[in-house]
Design a protein around this ligand. Structure first.
Ligand SMILES: NC(=O)c1ccc[n+]([C@@H]2O[C@H](COP(=O)([O-])OP(=O)(O)OC[C@H]3O[C@@H](n4cnc5c(N)ncnc54)[C@H](OP(=O)(O)O)[C@@H]3O)[C@@H](O)[C@H]2O)c1
Length: 398
């Protein structure tokens, strides 16, 4: 998933990571009453170590921060565990390498001689030492991290479930398989903890932020708590895979918001909006260069980073009064036009229609090629062909 414009659902999350934002946007809550009297963030830690309750614009939420889980504590916590990553796609790569760099006992399980097997070897995993078939890794692991594609989680479950034995932990990075069990048939045995940690970004970003000493924001949830420590374990794993801060959710809320967000502002919505704006400029005689700069390049290179840094108002204030006047007037028009689409989208997620489509598509033998065909078609749109040229003109690309 692109890191582009993760302002919508994630603006609160970003605010929390950059706690130097004005205290009015994010304040620590000692109690509900404190909501009316903002105090600087972090000044009032909650009683439970490793967890704080923060005021997210009037709603108190618990958050967990990396500083509460130093490496020594993580090493001690997981000293008897073997993390078995089943699947080595984008998340397997990011979470696996971060776990390994954090000194955890971690092995990878993928189809022998598939694309992931090749990629894992390239990343330094060694066949027979810490790289195995899915079955071998699932047998050896105590924390089974199901990071197969969502479609593969469905198609492999009838075979894989035999390895999910009493006392093990079943981990996901998405609520998909569990929540839509009517379609996926993924029903874990009753004697294992079932948890999730869902990084709010691509596995590639999970890795790059970790290497930069930063961290991805993640959510955690518990579906089944047999050990009595499932939530704490989910938080600890979240930290071990490289999260910066973690918030709590449920499997259902995670999957609804995730499917909705990526179809909306994060990916689908942004492509649709860029394309509509670009096409109208072109239809009115603007050059490709002008249409692209006024639609995408300025957004991505100049304005969205300002939103990411300090919020929408900050970006507005950084622009001319002329720009501000027009944006203030037109924003409600766009909101009104988009809202019915978002409502229809949320409904489509909730009814399982989006899941059905993803499962149908993802379980085709030709899924990689079929997806590539459609994304190649985007790359072939005039707007993105122009983008290729414009990006090449950025001085730092030369
Ligand atoms: N990517 C993201 O941005 C993101 C963010 C948060 C959470 N998540 C969640 O994290 C999980 C993993 O997602 P991902 O994007 O990392 O992975 P992905 O690209 O969707 O899946 C890749 C893995 O699934 C394996 N696979 C596919 N079909 C298989 C089959 N029939 N049998 C065995 N293995 C099969 C692939 O192995 P081969 O190479 O052998 O085909 C590969 O190792 C999902 O639940 C996803 O929703 C993803």
């Amino acid at each position: 998933m692109s890191s582009l414009a993760r302002s919508g659902l994630r603006s609160a999350a970003r605010s929390a990571t950059h706690l130097r934002v004005p205290a009015r946007t994010l304040t620590v809550l000692a109690s509900r009453a404190a909501r009316v009297a903002p105090v600087p963030a972090r000044s009032v830690p909650a009683a439970v170590r490793g967890m704080k309750t923060l005021d997210f614009a009037g709603t108190p939420e618990k958050v967990y921060e990396r500083e509460d889980w130093p490496l020594e504590k993580l090493h001690d916590y997981f000293k008897n565990e073997t993390f078995a990553l089943l699947g080595y796609g984008s998340q397997g790569h990011g979470q696996g390498l971060n776990l390994r760099d954090n000194g955890m006992n971690v092995i990878v399980g993928v189809r022998k001689d598939g694309e992931s097997w090749r990629q894992a070897i390239e990343d330094g995993w060694v066949p027979g030492k810490n790289l195995f078939s899915i079955e071998e890794a699932a047998t050896k692991g105590t924390i089974l991290m199901n990071l197969l594609s969502d479609a593969a989680q469905t198609s492999t479950w009838s075979h894989l479930q035999q390895f999910v034995t009493k006392g093990k932990t079943l981990y996901f990075s998405h609520g998909f398989s569990i929540v839509y069990k009517d379609q996926t048939k993924v029903v874990p045995p009753a004697d294992v903890d079932v948890i999730l940690c869902a990084p709010k970004g691509s596995g590639r970003t999970v890795r790059t932020l970790f290497k930069e000493g930063r961290g991805i924001n993640s959510s955690v949830a518990v579906f089944q708590d047999v050990s009595g420590h499932a939530l704490e374990k989910a938080v600890a794993i979240g930290m071990a895979v490289g999260s910066g801060y973690i918030y709590e959710t449920t499997f259902e809320k995670e999957v609804y918001s995730d499917l909705y967000g990526e179809r909306g502002c994060l990916m689908g919505g942004i492509q649709g909006m860029f394309k509509a704006q670009y096409d109208v400029l072109r239809a009115n005689g603007h050059s490709p260069s002008e249409a692209f700069n006024e639609t995408c390049e300025e957004a991505l290179e100049s304005l969205y980073p300002l939103i990411a840094q300090n919020g929408m108002d900050y970006m507005y204030k950084a622009c001319s009064t002329t720009a501000r006047r027009g944006a203030l007037d037109w924003a409600p028009e766009f909101e009104a036009a988009c809202k019915p689409v978002f409502e229809r989208l949320y409904e489509s997620v909730k009814t399982g229609a989006e899941t059905r489509r993803a499962l149908e598509f993802g379980s085709r033998k030709t899924y990689r090629e079929d997806y590539d065909k459609e994304t190649d078609a985007i790359a072939d749109q005039e707007m993105w062909r122009v983008g290729h040229v414009v990006r090449g003109l950025r001085p730092n690309r030369k």
